[in-house]
Write a protein that binds this ligand. Structure first.
Ligand SMILES: CC(C)(COP(=O)(O)OP(=O)(O)OC[C@H]1O[C@@H](n2cnc3c(N)ncnc32)[C@H](O)[C@@H]1OP(=O)(O)O)[C@@H](O)C(=O)NCCC(=O)NCCS
Length: 198
């Protein structure tokens, strides 16, 4: 590695440390593009975390418990806001402007705000501008279509879409495929590492 590459690596390391400073744990090989607002007070992040803040600022925080697994990708404009508990398991992708919340923040009809934990299962891909409401558990390797409003629990390995989100069909994967989405970090058929699966 040359001097300029080492310098760039140091700069990247400082940027990542600065941007994710509120997390009590950040695993190896995190990558931060842009300047997201990451201010969770009970936040732990796994290995190979990628977060982008670009045309829309990405925010990840609140006073609740946020646990992010390994290999999670958070794209531009995502909002993850927790006052209770949000768990984003390994290999989840949150596309542009996805909104995940575990509290309704305001009460209605004289009631207190509704707050309940949210879990997004391992390998799930949440499409652009989808909204995941308080109390929802999304299963493993689910695809949530763009613009969906997820109001109820979603079982493993299905495609859901629409408002309110409904199951459109089951999904099937090759046995070695951990994720419902593919990028350079996975070996799934159709990914950049494995563009022509045998
Ligand atoms: C859901 C998705 C993955 C397509 O999956 P697919 O299996 O190829 O689905 P199809 O395109 O065959 O559509 C199946 C049906 O679902 C409907 N559908 C597809 N996506 C939908 C969506 N987001 N919302 C509502 N309905 C949707 C189609 O209109 C079709 O309906 P029909 O059977 O009545 O004609 C895709 O539409 C999508 O939402 N992708 C997300 C892309 C994204 O957010 N990228 C982010 C980049 S960071």
């Amino acid at each position: 590695m040359g001097i300029s590459e080492r310098r760039a690596e140091r700069h990247k390391g400082r940027h990542v440390a600065q941007m994710l400073a509120s997390a009590s744990r950040v695993g190896a090989d995190a990558n931060v593009l842009g300047t997201p607002i990451v201010n969770g007070t009970d936040l732990e992040i796994g290995d190979r975390f990628q977060i982008i803040s670009a045309h829309r600022q990405t925010t990840l925080g609140g006073p609740g418990r946020i646990r992010i697994g390994d290999g999670v990708f958070v794209n531009a404009g995502v909002v993850v806001y927790s006052e209770m508990a949000i768990t984003i398991e390994d290999d989840v992708a949150l596309a542009n402007e996805v909104y995940v919340m575990d509290t309704s923040s305001h009460g209605m009809e004289g009631r207190e705000p509704y707050a309940a934990p949210v879990t997004i299962g391992a390998g799930t891909w949440v499409g652009a501008r989808a909204i995941v409401l308080p109390g929802v558990t999304i299963g493993r390797r689910v695809v949530v279509g763009a613009g969906a409003v997820v109001t109820k629990d979603v079982p493993d390995e299905v495609l859901v879409a629409g408002n309110p989100a409904r199951v459109l069909r089951s999904l099937t994967y090759p046995s070695h495929c951990k994720r419902a989405w593919h990028d350079i970090y996975c070996f799934c058929p159709g990914s950049l590492r494995n563009p022509t699966p045998s």
